[in-house]
Design a protein around this ligand. Structure first.
Ligand code: COA
Length: 376
C-alpha cells in the first residue's frame, strides 16, 4: 500500500442555509479544499450523502456534482452508510490512493436537511433504523439513543448531569469554531431545563438538523511533499470499518458500541498505535450518550468510565484527551452525510497546528470516529 496524506481541507458554515442549494454548498466546500491543496485536477470525486432523495428530491449526485465543479468526465461516486456516509467516502478515497488506483482524490460529504419540515427530516433520518422492526413501530433516533442512555445509566450509574456535561463542553468548543451552527455558552443547569425530547434525552442532548458540506483532498505522501511547502504533512496511518446489527433488539449488550470498538481496533492495528497515543479526537456525538459510549469503545476510557471522564473535564481542551474540539455534532451541527468528512477536516486542522483558539498544543496524532444510525 502507498502512504496517503490529506493535503486539502474545506467546509461551509454549518446551519440553516435557506438561500443555497445542495449543489452550491457542496461546490463551496469542494473548491475550498482544492484551493487549500493547490490542486486543480483529481482522478476521482467521492461523495458521502445519506438521503438527498428524501431531503431535497435529488439522487444521482456523482454526475450532478462533478458537472457542478466543471469536472464532467472525471470519475465520481456517491457512497451511503447513513450518518457514516462521510467516513465511508474518506475510506473509499483512502483505498483508491493507497492501492494506486487513483493518485489524487477529492473526498466530500454533503447534506441539505432543512428543505423539509421537522417531521419529514425525522422520517428521512429514521430510514437508517431497521424499518420493519423499529421504524414502522414508531421509534425515532432520539428514542433509540434514549434506550442506549437508559441501559448505560442502569448498568453504570451514568447521570443526566454527566450527559449535560458533554453538551456543555461541546458548546464551549463550538463557541471557538466559526463554522459551528449553535455557538452559545451553555451550563449544566440550563441543559437540564431544556425541552424533553425522548426521556432521558433533552434538546441539549441532541445534535441538530443541519445543512452543510465538507471536503478533503487526498494524495500520496510523495506528492504531498511537493504540495505542502512548510505545512506539516498529515498522513493517514490507519483506517477501520466495521458493522453491527442495526436492530437494538438483536444486540446482546446495549451499553457497548461493538462496531465502533471493532473499527477502532482495526485502525489502531493498521497504524501500529493505541488509544494512549492520541492527542486529539473527534467522535460521533449525535446524542450526548453517543459521545460517552464512543469514547469507551475507542478505548479512551474503560467501559462505564466515559461519563465521569467528561464530567471531570478530561475530554475538554486542556484536559487529558480533548474530544470534539470542533464543537462536535452537538454544537457544530450534523449534516449527516458531511459529518465524517468534517471530523477529519478538524483533525487535519489540529495536526497542522491551524486550529486557532481551539488548538490542542503539540497535537501530533488524531482519530476521527463516525458511525451510522444507532451504531450499525
Ligand atoms: N440543539 C440546540 N438547539 C436546538 C436544537 C439542538 N439540537 N434543535 C433545535 N434547536 C432550537 C432551534 O434553534 C429553535 O430555537 P428558537 O426557538 O430559539 O428559534 C428551537 O430549538 C426549536 O427548533 P425546532 O427546529 O422547532 O426543533 P424541533 O423540535 O423540530 O427539533 C430535535 C429538535 C431535537 C427533534 C431535532 O433537532 C432532531 O431531530 N435532532 C436529532 C437529529 C438526528 O436524529 N440526527 C441523526 C442522529 S443518528
Amino acid at each position: 500500500m502507498r502512504d496517503v496524506a490529506v493535503v486539502g481541507v474545506g467546509m461551509t458554515e454549518f446551519g440553516e442555509m435557506w438561500s443555497q442549494s445542495l449543489r452550491t454548498i457542496w461546490a463551496e466546500a469542494a473548491l475550498a479544499a482544492l484551493a487549500d491543496a493547490g490542486v486543480k485536477k483529481v482522478d476521482l470525486i467521492t461523495i458521502g450523502s445519506m438521503s438527498p432523495g428524501l431531503f431535497v428530491g435529488q439522487e444521482h449526485l456523482a454526475s450532478l456534482l462533478a458537472d457542478e465543479l466543471g469536472m464532467a468526465g472525471t470519475a465520481a461516486s456517491r457512497v451511503e452508510s447513513a450518518c457514516a456516509s462521510g467516513g465511508l467516502a474518506l475510506r473509499t478515497g483512502f483505498a483508491e490512493v493507497a492501492s494506486g488506483l487513483s493518485d489524487t482524490v477529492l473526498v466530500t460529504g454533503v447534506e441539505k436537511m432543512n428543505d423539509v419540515d421537522g417531521a419529514d427530516a425525522t422520517y428521512a433520518l429514521g430510514t437508517a433504523a431497521d424499518q420493519e422492526w423499529e421504524g414502522f413501530h414508531g421509534i425515532t433516533f432520539p428514542g433509540l439513543y434514549a434506550m442506549l442512555a437508559r441501559a448505560h445509566m442502569e448498568r453504570y450509574g451514568t447521570t443526566v448531569e454527566q450527559l449535560a456535561a458533554v453538551s456543555v463542553k461541546n458548546h464551549a468548543n463550538g463557541l471557538l469554531n466559526p463554522h459551528a451552527q449553535y455557538r452559545m455558552k451553555l451550563t449544566v443547569e440550563s441543559a437540564l431545563q431544556s425541552t424533553m425530547v425522548a426521556d432521558p434525552l433533552r434538546l441539549m442532548d441532541c445534535s441538530p438538523v443541519t445543512d452543510g458540506a465538507a471536503a478533503l483532498v487526498l494524495t500520496t505522501v510523495e506528492h504531498a511533499k511537493e504540495l505542502s511547502g512548510d505545512r506539516p504533512i498529515v498522513k493517514i496511518t490507519g483506517s477501520g470499518l466495521a458493522t453491527d446489527t442495526i436492530t437494538l433488539a438483536n444486540r446482546d449488550d446495549l451499553t457497548e458500541l461493538k462496531a465502533v470498538r471493532k473499527a477502532a481496533d482495526r485502525a489502531y492495528a493498521m497504524a501500529g498505535r493505541k488509544a494512549e497515543d492520541l492527542d486529539v479526537v473527534e467522535v460521533h456525538d449525535c446524542f450526548t450518550i453517543a459521545e460517552i459510549m464512543a469514547t469507551e469503545a475507542i478505548g479512551l476510557f474503560e467501559p462505564g468510565k466515559g461519563a465521569k471522564a467528561a464530567e471531570d473535564g478530561l475530554t475538554a481542551i486542556g484536559g487529558k484527551i480533548p474530544v470534539n474540539t470542533s464543537g462536535g455534532l452537538k454544537s457544530k451541527g450534523h449534516p449527516v452525510g458531511a459529518t465524517g468528512v468534517a471530523q477529519v477536516a478538524e483533525i487535519t486542522t489540529q495536526l497542522r497546528g491551524e486550529a486557532g483558539e481551539r488548538q490542542v498544543a503539540g497535537a501530533k496524532v488524531g482519530l476521527a470516529q463516525n458511525m451510522g444510525g444507532s451504531g450499525g
